[in-house]
Design a binder for this molecule. Structure first.
Ligand SMILES: *Cc1c(COP(=O)(O)O)cnc(C)c1O
Length: 401
């Protein structure tokens, strides 16, 4: 099913994985849309006045987000760092060069502990990287307006609000209330909306800046997008002359983001959704008769317009576990990588957003094949999800071996 494309992975001996996990940095993010591929390859051999290219990007970001301006940086994680820096320095180049030493600047960033996510690295580090200090509001499962009010003081540079399925999904301050309190206290709100399809809603809700990944749902080259208030976007851009240098983005990623945004504007979103729902329906139908396997179509937890298949495994009847099934799929031919961060609960998800045409059938066949193998073997394999987690961790630490 990968034969139609020339596969560069072969040249380097890399496995031709099929991604039903989602847009994961560890798997190469997303299928970059053809428009962004073409734009990146067209600009790579050319020179360009990079700040003019940034000006063009700013206009496109503004048009799509409703913000006053926009700035492209290395990633959403970089965008958080740069946006935090912007709230501390403004457009003052002496301050920009002084970072991460924040002497003489406001340097606290308020955030709810339930929003301290890990997207491959801890988000509080993205704040601290700018030299700022994290000011926690409430506890992981209970944060309230009065706690936010009490945290905002003369040293507060910004407040960060994270929208993500990784966040604790109860007991948090809703964005509208968070914004209202910060506005009253004159504190800018940065929204981490890395994976959120809604390009306008967070700014419309009163956020001063919203930060997105260009390489997730948008299908751009690797980059981050900061949108919102012009003074803060300008101050974000000016970090290029300071700590933003190490987070810099090249011409190919800037045009890649521009092209991906323009393609997003024109995309037939209903047709994409229908195709993805078709995959889910196909999988649900194929798995329906498998003993001990549950297949439920579930909506995205942060209301992005997409659904996933939740595949639950009853070991007594399926004769395998969710984590052994995930491993069997990942080590098969071709390798199929599922969304398994909650696998210890006995289920994983299958995300339909990153498939090339035809791969949905391969995925279905592989799941059925592994389930049938397990039934035939008729002995639930040994090994706990904790052991599996530790094994993967050791493998990461052993890099490059
Ligand atoms: C993916 C993600 C990030 C990091 O995005 P990058 O662009 O890959 O740096 C930050 N925050 C959240 C909530 C994410 O999901």
């Amino acid at each position: 099913m990968t034969t139609a494309r020339t596969d560069i992975r072969q040249r380097y001996g890399l496995r031709p994985i099929i991604n039903v996990s989602g847009t994961m940095t560890t798997l190469g993010a997303s299928i970059v849309v053809p428009e962004a591929v073409a734009a990146a390859s067209a600009i790579l051999p050319e020179f360009v006045e990079i700040n003019d290219l940034h000006r063009v990007a700013s206009r496109v970001v503004a048009r799509l987000t409703g913000g006053e301006a926009g700035f492209i940086t290395a990633s959403c994680a970089a965008g958080i760092t740069v946006a935090v820096a912007a709230t501390m320095t403004g457009a003052d180049l002496a301050r920009i060069e002084q970072l991460p030493d924040t002497t003489g600047m406001k340097n606290e960033v308020a955030i709810q502990p339930g929003h301290i996510v890990n997207y491959g690295a801890p988000i509080d580090q993205a704040i601290r990287l700018a030299g700022a200090k994290v000011a926690l509001v409430g506890t992981a499962t209970d944060a309230r307006a009065y706690q936010l009010e009490a945290k905002l003081n003369a040293n507060t540079a910004a407040a960060l609000y994270v929208v993500s399925h990784h966040c604790v999904d109860y007991g948090q301050i809703p964005l509208s209330e968070f914004v209202a309190i910060c506005k009253r206290k004159g504190v800018p709100v940065i929204v981490d909306a890395a994976s959120e399809y809604d390009l306008r809603g967070f700014l419309a809700a009163g956020a001063d800046l919203a930060v997105y990944s260009a390489h997730k749902f948008l299908g751009g080259a690797t980059a981050g997008i900061i949108a919102g208030r012009k003074d803060l976007v300008r101050a974000s851009f000016l970090q290029n002359y300071g700590i933003g240098r190490g987070l810099k983005v090249g011409k190919e990623s800037i045009v890649g983001a521009i092209a991906a945004l323009e393609a997003w504007e024109k995309r037939d979103h209903a047709a994409v959704r229908a195709r993805e729902n078709g995959y889910l329906a196909l999988w649900q139908k194929r798995f329906a008769g498998l003993p001990g396997i549950g297949a439920e179509i579930v909506p995205d937890p942060t209301d992005n317009p997409l659904s996933r298949l939740k595949l639950s495994v009853d070991p007594d009847r399926a004769r395998t576990t969710a984590w052994h099934l995930a491993d069997a799929l990942a080590s098969g031919d071709p390798p199929v990588i599922v969304r398994d961060h909650e696998v210890e609960h006995g289920f994983f998800f299958m995300d339909p957003c990153n498939l090339h045409p035809g791969e949905e059938h391969t995925v279905a066949a592989r799941v059925v094949e592994e389930c049938e193998k397990a039934l035939k073997r008729n002995a639930v394999p040994e090994g706990t999800p904790l052991e599996r987690r530790a094994r993967r961790f050791q493998r990461m630490l052993a890099w490059p071996d």
